[in-house]
Design a protein around this ligand. Structure first.
Ligand SMILES: *[C@@H]1O[C@H](CO)[C@@H](O)[C@H](O)[C@H]1NC(C)=O
Ligand SMILES: [Ca+2]
Length: 212
């Protein structure tokens, strides 16, 4: 069976700027999604756009995309359409924990920064996210598994990557932010099917827990 290494107490370090590095992830099981939540923690001093989590299908490269066009904004794409969440003053002084979720039945897109919910927005009501996907960290796909712009790459540290096939309730998002016990996930940091490509390494966390 596929190895699922436990990355607790570890992070991915993307060392170059610009960069062609990325991390390939494999979700289990692969199936079409009507609801999802993606959470991750990142720390970067980049001022330019950065691709964090990119889930492409053969039909749509921005099937799910968590993108940070500048330090004060995050974007969530579903099926090629996006909503923006502004984070004035959040800057890049520390680790940021973000969760982005979506529910097809209501078209609700939800964003959380450091466990705090932003006003919800509407996105792609009734849409179905394709199940056969190329899932990458650290680049923004403009094709299935490729089509990267190195000036949209991530440079910095990333960890605690999770994806669920549900819109996570508030208390579970807070648990994710605090690094507590979490529900079973399609992608889980404590058992992640991943492959490194290019100049990205797994390193020990510099702090016990991410919170200062
Ligand atoms: C998606 O969420 C909706 C609303 O909570 C729920 O009714 C539906 O069963 C969920 N779909 C799946 C496939 O989990
Ligand atoms: Ca794209």
């Amino acid at each position: 069976s596929f190895p699922l290494p436990d990355l607790s107490r570890k992070v991915f370090v993307f060392r170059n700027d610009p960069s062609d590095a990325f991390v390939v992830l494999r979700a289990r099981p692969e199936r079409p999604l009507h609801n999802f939540t993606v959470c991750l923690r990142s720390y970067s001093h980049l001022q330019r756009p950065q691709g964090l989590f990119s889930y492409a299908t053969k039909a749509q490269d921005n099937e799910i995309l968590l993108f940070k066009p500048k330090p004060e904004e995050f974007r969530l794409y579903v099926g090629g359409k996006h909503v923006a969440f502004h984070v004035p003053g959040a800057g890049h002084r520390d680790w940021q924990h973000v969760c982005a979720g979506w529910e097809s039945a209501t078209g609700i897109a939800q964003f959380w920064l450091d466990g705090k919910p932003w006003p919800r927005k509407g996105l792609q009501k009734g849409y179905t996210v394709g199940g056969t996907a190329s899932i990458l960290l650290g680049q923004e796909q403009d094709g299935f598994g490729g089509g990267f712009d190195p000036y949209n790459s991530f440079c910095g540290e990333m960890g605690d990557v999770y994806m669920w096939d549900a819109l996570l309730p508030a208390e579970k998002v807070r648990a994710a932010n605090l690094g507590l016990r979490l529900p079973p996930a399609l992608l889980a940091w404590h058992g992640l099917a991943y492959e490194l490509r290019g100049d990205v390494v797994v390193a020990a966390r510099l702090r016990e827990g991410f919170r200062g």
